[in-house]
Design a protein around this ligand. Structure first.
Ligand code: GLU
Length: 419
């Protein structure tokens, strides 16, 4: 049994102690306000009925409607969804959005479902959760293995149930269906702004820095292109099947098209960078565990939670860690990294770009307007840079790491609202 929720609470408790948070506020944040479990029947293509378990955890709505993604993954469980919902409450407060925190999940290996089965599952989940969703109540979004198509089905099903066109019930929709320009790349874009702000503070030049990326899904593939375009040298990437290390550098566009064709960054012959299938030459195949321990300047974590723990934190050779996933470093791993002087740009700040542009999408839907990409990016940058500087100042003030600085920034805002 994972201890994800418990260890997240431990980190929160530490921050609460440092900033002397009112105990009643901590008591409120310690448990989610509502948890709903659904058992969703789906008629499979072979005519049988299969039941899938899904959750929605509404952690806290003191600052606004519950907000947070829905993930489809075989390992989804209540403990995980509770932790992720708590992180959403904190994250929205770190970047000062008028939103609360929630999260959903379905225990499913979505790659094994046909499109029709996936649609039936999504619509079934929406029907069972509809009473607790709504543009002013709880607004889901994409997360691991969910996308704009799945959001479109939620929007459609919810609108049918309520008899009212309600695009603002969900974010992360395709642009043609009420989505925001810039939403798809927003998580990576926000993380990139935070990284650049930090690097400028450190007076470092991207041209002299190497980057390793774990995870090549939405966040990982977009940040790969961003760092490459900014002049960093991307030397390794991975996905759930394993990684590829190319000393001379990887062109992310080639890695992306390889992944699309052969389902893993590991499986492709990358033209132009002398990759050979046997792993000879400039590039070689490596495991995800090896990838995390490569010497590099920046390690981007954009896969799942609990990747850096007490067992590997002492072997990490990156100088900076950018957390685009939620909870990729556990509490013990975090303490070891801090002692070793490795800077962690924490998830609750670094991946908040996704929910920030979700908030912009929600506003555009409510106002029945479409902002230009230029406006979205300018507002995103402002939000991320301001949040980074506040968190940075907080960590200086209390002489603590950036994660604790971000937690305190959030707790102060939550305290002001709750009390
Ligand atoms: N799933 C994303 C996250 O963990 C986005 C949530 C949202 O946009 O509501 O932050």
């Amino acid at each position: 049994m994972s201890r994800f929720f418990e260890t997240t609470l431990e980190q929160l408790k530490k921050a609460a102690k440092t900033m002397k948070l009112s105990p009643s506020v901590f008591t409120i944040l310690e448990e989610p306000q509502r948890i709903v479990t659904a058992h969703i029947p789906v008629t499979m293509d072979n005519g049988t009925i299969q039941i899938f378990r899904g959750y929605r955890v509404q952690h806290n709505n003191a600052r606004g409607p519950y907000k947070g993604g829905i993930r489809y993954h075989p390992d989804v469980n209540m403990e995980e969804v509770k932790a992720l919902a708590l992180l959403m409450t904190i994250k929205c407060a770190v970047v000062n959005l008028p939103l609360g925190g929630g999260k959903g999940g379905i225990e499913v290996d979505s790659h094994k479902l046909s499109q029709r089965e996936l649609e039936a599952l999504t619509r079934g989940y929406t029907r069972l959760m509809a009473p607790i969703l709504g543009p002013k109540i709880d607004v889901p979004a994409p997360d691991v293995y969910t996308n704009a198509q799945i959001m479109a089905w939620i929007y459609d099903e919810y609108s049918k149930i309520t008899g009212k066109d309600s695009p603002a019930v969900v974010t992360g929709k395709a642009v043609g269906k009420g989505g925001s320009l810039g939403r798809e790349s927003a998580t990576a874009q926000g993380g990139f702004y935070v990284l650049m702000e930090f690097i400028q503070k450190m007076k470092k030049n991207p041209k002299d820095m190497t980057v390793v990326i774990q995870g090549f899904g939405n966040a990982g593939s977009f940040i790969a292109r961003m760092v490459h375009d900014a002049g960093f040298r991307l030397i390794a990437v991975s996905d759930s099947k394993g990684g590829l290390y190319c000393k001379g550098g990887i062109d992310p566009a080639i890695a992306y098209s390889c992944k699309r064709e052969s389902h893993s960054v590991q499986n492709c012959e990358i033209a132009g960078i002398e990759y050979t299938k046997k792993g000879e030459g400039v590039c070689k195949r490596i495991s995800n565990a090896e990838l995390l321990e490569l010497p590099c300047d920046i390690l981007v974590l954009s896969a799942l939670e609990n990747q850096i723990t007490a067992s590997n934190a002492k072997n990490i050779r990156a100088h900076i860690i950018l957390e685009l996933a939620n909870g990729p470093t556990d509490a013990e791993g975090d303490i070891i990294l801090e002692k070793r002087g490795i800077t962690v740009l924490p998830d609750i700040l670094a991946n908040a770009g996704g929910v920030t542009v979700s908030y912009f999408e929600w506003l555009q839907n409510l106002q029945k307007k479409q902002w230009t990409e230029k406006i979205v990016l300018a507002k995103l940058k402002k939000t991320m840079v301001e949040a980074f500087n506040e968190v940075y100042a907080m960590s200086r003030k209390y002489k603590i790491g950036l994660r604790q600085g971000a937690l305190i920034t959030a707790l102060k805002r939550l305290e002001d609202t709750i009390i």
